[in-house]
Design a protein around this ligand. Structure first.
Ligand code: PLP
Length: 235
């Protein structure tokens, strides 16, 4: 399958959103969400020029990444269990879904054993949805200092999955709150955090207007997902 058209269309939409927000298109990184896609689709997307991919399950990623071109870059974007940290540290260049001090500590321990440093984002459940993972905003502020002290962890910013909405304007306040929370985290740490990972197929333009530096796009790039039975990561 030739994904060049899909990819070009998303890049055009990113550029247009950047123009509206008076931002440089280069300030927004496109992550292609390849969960439930086969290695063939990833290879085709890579052939169209995409190099950064995201997976939400360690087991699926491990099998898939082994069958994909080695020059690709991978981020973990789904809930991570402690017993998967060893593999996650080896497979991914960034873990975007850190949502507890315990998890951060285990990533730190595994990264140390692997003689690596792990870039992470702290996932925030801005809207407080019970169906979603992520820190409550207050808890990020309470724990970010301790996570920052873990020697093998580098905090690069915050990530959120906004509630599903048919009208993306409805979730603009969620993106805005994540941006404001990042400012407060920067104050606490006394250092800048480069990344705000927010925006998916249905809402990435609004997220860019609110400051997203990483947008995670699946279905608008690959087409609708065939969902494996039991998957429960959204509507
Ligand atoms: C599936 C997923 C996405 C992409 O969703 P689309 O609506 O297909 O673009 C982005 N982020 C996370 C964390 C996901 O699980």
């Amino acid at each position: 399958m030739d994904f060049s058209e899909n990819l070009a269309a998303i890049h055009r939409r990113i550029s247009t959103a950047c123009e509206r927000a008076r931002r440089l298109p280069a300030s927004v990184i496109l992550l292609a969400v390849s969960k439930s896609q086969r290695p063939e689709e990833v290879r085709d997307m890579a052939a169209a020029g995409q190099v950064l991919f995201g997976e939400n399950r360690v087991q699926e990623a491990r099998a898939k990444i082994a069958q994909c071109p080695s020059r690709l870059h991978w981020h973990m974007i789904g809930h991570l269990q402690s017993n998967k940290c060893r593999d996650a540290v080896q497979l991914f260049e960034m873990i975007q879904s850190v949502d507890s001090l315990d998890l951060a500590s285990e990533i730190n321990r595994r990264a140390d054993l692997a003689a690596k440093t792990m870039p992470v984002l702290l996932e925030v459940n801005v809207a407080g949805e019970s169906s979603k993972f992520g820190y409550p905003p207050d808890k990020v502020l309470a724990e970010i200092g301790r996570i920052n002290q873990l020697p093998r962890i580098e905090i690069h910013g915050l990530m959120t999955v906004a509630p599903y909405a048919t009208d993306p304007e409805k979730v603009r306040p969620v993106f805005r709150r994540l941006r404001e929370l990042k400012l407060r985290c920067e104050d606490l740490l006394g250092a800048p955090l480069p990344h705000l990972s927010m925006g998916m197929s249905g809402d990435f333009e609004v997220a860019i207007e609110e400051g997203a530096t990483l947008v995670r796009i699946g279905s608008a790039l690959f087409g609708p997902r065939q969902r494996p039975v039991g998957e429960s990561d959204g509507p």
